[in-house]
Design a binder for this molecule. Structure first.
Ligand SMILES: [Fe+2]
Ligand SMILES: [Fe+2]
Length: 351
């Protein structure tokens, strides 16, 4: 909304004399625009780039009365925050206030009363506008800080070499390709994905193994396969990750943090319920985590580790197909199979 440098008042009244008197009272301090009924007032409100700071509104008018006009104003996103004062011979003050007017002035009125009430309401409006701007600014600052913090946490994973090579980057690219495909292919997941803010899912993927921070080096950096006990400890990275994210979540809830928590906690669950840490199954596993589970395993397959050589893309494809409905969400696995060439390109460009 554009604010006029000189606050403007819109007077809506069909009685010429009232309009003249109000203009006389207010024009020292305000720019006064006038309309003779609701229809005319709306025309002005829709056309002007400078919305009035306040509207003084008569109740009984031809064409569109004051109540009807107020109803239209309240239903309009751009207009609904303009304060409206009823100024009328009607004695229905409660009705006027419950319709959404901020104040009520009875005719005949004292000029000083009109001046003061208009001034008060404009001050109140300015105050609430400033407060809103301040809240928006603070929220943006907080979001930026959180974004930074989560990004730093993602960097820690790379610095400490908790994942080999470009694993984090590749899982993000795979997720993005998969999500874009689902959104563009009228998949049954398209609507759910849109509501989950897909860009934020992709950002959150970077933190899927943040819980590995809490795993002792001798296990984390072991150049070989884990024994049973070591594997049990390794599994706890899911819960550690969830706890780290939740310690931030207690202070603020954002979809970014919620995705991070779901992904950290659930990216090793399996569709058939045989995963960890909880053994939840099917659609109980958040969609974001079902996506990460697939791309994480896919990337592990095509990457070499100290204890294993990399699988061929054909082998990774075969394992993905075999895992549809058991390890993986079948629809997501199908999508990964369709995207084989894209995945292969991503892998080759980010080795
Ligand atoms: Fe993991
Ligand atoms: Fe991973």
């Amino acid at each position: 909304m554009i604010n006029s440098p000189i606050p403007s008042v819109l007077v809506v009244d069909d009685a010429e004399i009232n309009v003249m008197v109000l203009k006389e009272i207010l024009s020292d301090e305000y720019t006064v625009t006038t309309a003779r009924n609701g229809v005319e007032a709306l025309k002005i409100l829709y056309q002007t780039p400078l919305l009035p700071k306040i509207i003084l509104l008569d109740v009984f008018m031809p064409e569109m009365n004051g109540y009807k006009l107020l109803e239209v104003i309240k239903a309009d996103k751009k207009l609904k925050r303009i304060p409206v004062i009823f100024i009328t011979t009607s004695d229905s003050e409660p009705e006027a206030l419950s319709a959404g007017a901020v104040d009520f002035i009875s005719k005949p009125f004292l000029p000083e009363t009109v001046k003061l009430r208009v001034k008060n309401q404009i001050e109140l409006k300015n105050y609430s506008d400033n407060l809103e701007v301040m809240v928006q600014k603070k929220t943006a600052e907080l979001t930026a800080t959180l974004d930074n913090m989560l990004q730093t946490m993602a960097n820690i994973i790379e610095y400490r070499n908790l994942e080999s090579g470009n694993h984090v980057k590749r899982t993000q690219f795979f997720s993005k390709a998969l999500i874009d495909y689902l959104l563009g292919s009228s998949s049954v997941y398209a609507d759910e994905l849109r509501s989950l803010e897909p860009d934020i899912i992709v950002k959150s993927v970077a933190l899927h193994d943040i819980g590995k921070i809490g795993i002792p080096d001798k296990i984390l950096l072991k150049p070989g396969r884990f024994n049973h006990e070591e594997f049990e400890i390794m599994k706890t990275h899911t819960v550690i990750g969830k706890n780290i994210i939740e310690s931030i979540l207690t202070h603020t809830e954002t979809s970014y943090l919620k995705h991070c928590r779901d992904i950290c906690y659930c990216h090793h669950e399996r569709f058939d319920g045989k995963g960890y840490p909880r053994g939840i199954s099917g659609y109980e596993i958040p969609l974001s985590a079902r996506i990460v589970s697939l791309v994480d395993v896919y990337d592990a397959l095509i990457s070499s580790r100290v204890y294993k050589t990399a699988c061929s893309y054909t082998e990774a494809q075969r394992i993905t197909r075999k895992g549809r409905g058991t390890q993986f969400d079948p629809l997501l696995a199908d999508a990964v199979l369709v995207l084989q060439d894209t995945f292969q390109e991503i892998a080759q460009q980010n080795q």
